[in-house]
Ligand binder design. Structure first.
Ligand SMILES: [Cu+2]
Length: 251
């Protein structure tokens, strides 16, 4: 799939195992809001005409209140509560509490900066190397401590995110400078990256392809250029890509 052509007037294609509940929530909320907007708009126009000023017409304040608006208000509140309890909470709990097991997931660290995404993989030992802000330089943007044995096999990339399809990805998101927002539309993943915080996120892709990461939080002059590249690989492609990156590591 070529990325520019997949974004039409409706939601982008959903390639995420959890995307259906997000899409359902978005659609229900929008249909509900349109219904409210049109309904109250029509009621407003009705009132403007029905109670307009006319000669010989006097305002009366002694009529009993109609029960209809009260009934609509209660119905709206109940419907909102139903969306919250029936759709929002289950989606939120799935995404924020039901994290995949570390052992069964592709583990990644993502460090945002103005205006790029630094990606770190733990390498063959499965352990992320130590990072130290004092070691940050142009050639070492995340400050990886190469004296740490577990850092030697770590793969780091600039804005190139690879992971295999049909396997959960567990990512730890942080930022070096200001607040950014990590956004992969086709995966229905969006999370702020906040300096000083390590925020876990996860997803599972259901199809392969090349897509983009966008920054969804205005973060400075280069915000619009803060894009990254996502490659959802077959397990074989991912193994081949990892092997290529391992060759580039300094022995
Ligand atoms: Cu940004």
């Amino acid at each position: 799939m070529d990325s520019p052509s997949i974004y039409g007037w409706w939601l982008p294609p959903n390639l995420s195992a959890h995307g259906a509940i997000i899409d359902q929530l978005i659609i229900v909320m929008h249909v509900f809001m349109v219904a409210l907007f049109v309904g109250w708009g029509l009621f407003f126009v009705y009132c403007l005409i029905r109670f307009r000023q006319r000669t010989g017409h006097k305002a009366r304040h002694d009529l009993p209140h109609s029960k209809v608006p009260k009934f609509i208000e209660v119905a709206v509140v109940l419907f909102e509560a139903a969306i919250l309890v029936g759709l929002s909470y289950p989606a939120w709990s799935k995404l924020r509490t039901a994290f995949p097991n570390k052992e069964n997931a592709t583990n990644i660290r993502i460090v945002a900066q103005q205006f790029a995404w630094n990606i770190q993989y733990p390498g063959r030992d499965g352990v992320f190397g130590r990072t130290d802000p004092k070691m940050v330089s142009d050639s070492n943007p995340i400050g990886l401590d190469l004296n740490d044995p577990s850092a030697k096999d770590d793969i780091t990339t600039l804005s190139q995110l690879h992971f295999p399809v049909d396997k959960p990805v567990l990512a730890e998101l942080s930022s070096k400078d200001v607040i950014h927002s990590f956004f992969i539309p086709v995966l229905r993943v969006k999370q702020d990256a906040v300096p000083g915080m390590k925020i876990p996120i996860w997803w599972e892709a259901t199809k392969t392809g090349q897509f983009e990461i966008a920054c969804a939080q205005l973060c400075g002059n280069g915000h619009t250029t803060m894009r990254g590249f996502v490659s959802i690989d077959t397990p074989e492609e991912y193994a081949a890509w990892t092997a290529e990156r391992e060759k580039e590591l300094t022995p």
